[in-house]
Design a protein around this ligand. Structure first.
Ligand code: ZN
Length: 148
């Protein structure tokens, strides 16, 4: 399935899925949410430490395919120091990117690696799953998020 992704993007995704960043339960987490993608079997729990409106720290646990893990890894890196409003707008851009291959303006940093995902409709949910979990954690929802 990676054939059409460029080598560079493939490397970033493989790197993050093999050695995911922030792959841990956050001791200071005050928000968490679980995301489940039954189509692929991705099951990811996201932990956030929110200080007012700013994400101080983020982590995740769970199991999933390379795309969902890489997405969660990059997401937890990107969220640090951002406000919930900024994360919401990043979510919208990421959503556009994985469903259409582009977003308004240039994709933010490493998010660009997911631009090729829209060619693989079954993988779109893998890429966006951790983001749904993040939004759910920010909104303080209790129910697990499912992509179905
Ligand atoms: Zn997946």
């Amino acid at each position: 399935m990676f054939d059409e992704l460029s080598d560079l993007y493939q490397q970033v995704i493989l790197d993050h899925s093999k050695s995911p960043r922030n792959f841990r339960v956050l001791p200071g987490a005050n928000r968490s949410a679980q995301g489940y993608n039954p189509l692929c079997g991705d099951n990811i729990t996201l932990y956030l430490e929110l200080d007012g409106d700013v994400v101080k720290s983020a982590g995740f646990q769970g199991s999933g395919c390379a795309i969902s893990k890489a997405s969660a890894s990059l997401l937890t890196e990107m969220m640090k120091g951002k406000t919930t409003g900024e994360i919401r707008s990043l979510f919208n851009r990421m959503h556009d990117l994985v469903t259409t291959g582009k977003c308004e303006g240039a994709p933010d940093g490493k998010l660009a690696v997911f631009a090729g995902v829209h060619k693989f409709p079954a993988r779109v949910k893998c890429a966006i799953l951790p983001w749904h979990a993040a939004m759910s954690a920010i909104e303080g929802k209790q129910d697990p998020v499912s992509t179905e």
